[in-house]
Design a protein around this ligand. Sequence first.
Ligand code: F0G
Length: 525
Amino acid sequence: METVPADQRLAEPYLLDWLSSVGLDVHYVRAEGNTLYYRDANGEEIPVVDFAGGYGSLILGHNHPRITAHAQRLLAAGTPVHAQFSRHPYANDVALALNRIIRRELGTDESYAAIFANTGAEAVEAAVKHAELDRGMRLRDLAGELADHLAAARLAVLGGATVAPEAYALAGVERPAGPEDGFGALTAAVERHNARQLDRPPVFLTLEGGFHGKLVGSVQLTHNEGYRAPFAALAAPARFVPAGSPEALKAVVEAERATVLDLVVRDGQVHAVERNSPVFCAFVLEPVQGEGGIHVLTKEFAREIQRICAEIECPVVVDEVQSGMGRTGDFLASSALGLRGDYYTLAKSLGGGIAKTSVMLTRGSLYRPEFELVHSSTFAKDAFSCYVAQEVLEILEADGGAAYRTIRERGEKLEGMLRAVAADHPDAVKDVRGRGLMLGLEFHDQAGSASAAIRESAGLLGYTAAGYLLREHRIRTFPTASAVNTLRFEPSLLLTDAEIRQLEEGLRALCVIFREADGARLTGT
Ligand code: F0G
């Protein structure tokens, strides 16, 4: 119940009003495992089963006893939390632990360098910034090489070398009558062409339906137009590729490709050779799209992306902010798809549900140490977050990966239930998707419902459904924000059979509500 006077409601009051309108304006006062508690009017604690799981940040559940005990010990011991610009062995230990896991999953020996940040969007932006720093350095190297080759070609021509006729055609200049004047025109055209190509702004590739954060840079990689379009002038735009369409990817790559002309001397003749210019900065993608509706990338498309990106020398940024940290039953969801990232981003559950931390990993062969001098944050790499992250990784890795096995087993059980509900209610449920404990259930659009209340809520169906599940079944879930007909289920690995049954009851009741067009029951009015 709202008791704060209107003029003192200053922390996102609009959002709160909106939450109230769908019955989601609950103040939780305690949390443990998969359960959140609020107090009713009598002061009684009411338990709610949490399937929203902090949007995926709670793979170990709320206030995991080992994590909270560890955090309490750290604070009691007076651990320096902020000691910027000093030795950070704890950060290195997290990087080592992450490398051990990733090497095992990818079957590689290559190391990944770690840059810490605070949020998922920040890790994505760090990856993009690193990729752009790298691209800039590659461009400079290429420009230097082209200039050296051109100078060598000029010398060769002065020494009597001829110019191969097709060089003029490639550079778009007319083949001259006398060789010397012609060479001047050729080099001028080549230099003009190359300068234009080398100056082209970076091209970012990403997938339709993707979500990579809402900061100035990352929001341009996020597909939802509502989030992205108002800020389009602030950062580089991305090319969105429909997931699962290699043809569309090839078309975008063809349209955006940049080539430069390299003048090389071969057997006493100057030739013009077309070379790729590094215009592609990064392909940023989620192996399992979360916010966009729980869509798993197919192995085939992952392979195609990998192949094309290798060909055009475009680094692949695998955004595992939501799908990583064991969420899908593997540490990295992408490793099960056979996808290998040049960069990885991790956040959410890395902080064990209590710390705010994220990390960006860069493949050793691409890493530019200069990046460390141009990217930092006051709060990144702090001791508290790093020690918590270490504990999280230890819990996930303990007993030969028992946690991953639990996630797979619990995920299969939960998915089995969702599929059973879908099979019994094909009129209400359109699809069930996901992996491990990252699952989604999509309802059919209800715009044609016989109930006016249901029809009117069709634009935010999942939120109305979430309000109903909370009110009537004490279940917390949300739709995926950019695909509001899909409810998302990301509970912790502590999920019990009883909690699955509780959700099943709620979902079956919802299906009946949609079938019977029972708007009053849905909205509780
Ligand atoms: N990348 C992915 C794949 C995400 O799912 C998110 C956040 C981010 C980046 C940004 O992380 O919020 O810490 O800055 N996803 C939330 C969601 C908001 O609804 O799934 P952040």
